[in-house]
Write a protein that binds this ligand. Sequence first.
Ligand SMILES: C[S@@+](CC[C@H](N)C(=O)[O-])C[C@H]1O[C@@H](n2cnc3c(N)ncnc32)[C@H](O)[C@@H]1O
Length: 255
Amino acid sequence: MVSEPRETAVPHRPKGEPRFPEGPAPDPAGSHFERRIRSFQPRRSRVTPGQGDALRRLWGTWGLDIDGQRVLDLGAMFGGLPVVLEIGFGMGEATAQMAADDPSTGILAVDVHTPGQGNLLSLAEKAGLSNVRVANGDAIILLREMLAPDALDGVRVYFPDPWPKKRHHKRRLIQPEFLGLVATRMRPGAVLHCATDWEPYAEQMLEVLTAHPAFENTVPDGGYAPRPGFRPLTRFEGQGLDNGHVVHDLLFRRV
Ligand SMILES: C[S@@+](CC[C@H](N)C(=O)[O-])C[C@H]1O[C@@H](n2cnc3c(N)ncnc32)[C@H](O)[C@@H]1O
């Protein structure tokens, strides 16, 4: 009899035992910092053998759980490099590319998606990158509890979940409350860079960013920015383009 190839590298484990004992925690902040409205959906997707191997070997060095229990010393973590936060890196291909293209900038990349965390660790190792850290958990808790005022030299939010249904709009990340929080963690002059292929979300982003007193548009006449050369095509962007969507970039400076 020919057996099917194994779908994951994860061996059978007794109920309740963590999937990656030395890897990312399943719920790093627990219920203590639970947010009622989350901008992400728990996804149960498979971890490939390569991703699982990267999580087991590399998490202890390059990963961190967002437990909300300490303020990070980004200077020590990144050897004094300016640090940009990327929220929602997905599978991390664009993140690894940007880190390789600009080794003089540190990227603190956050997502809740375990296969993506493994993928980014693996890509970073293959490319010999030392300027990427992978954070596991909710970016809001990271910003609120674990980053000091003015800690960030930039923030990137590429193709955040569009939450198209009206009753889900409250889950969208780019809202006045989020902007108020993120602004306090960005140094003056730092740029918040958003991109989306979902037209109504792009309009919402433009509206709330333009109205927010802590940000000013880098485009002198207002409106969307040309896509900057440093942003690679992302996986979700590719899917959007395949569906005929138009992509908008927004670059707003912290005043
Ligand atoms: C639509 S995907 C885009 C991924 C990637 N930027 C791309 O363009 O291919 C959005 C990602 O954001 C993550 N995400 C959403 N809200 C988040 C939050 N509050 N903290 C961390 N990750 C979040 C999701 O898990 C998901 O992987």
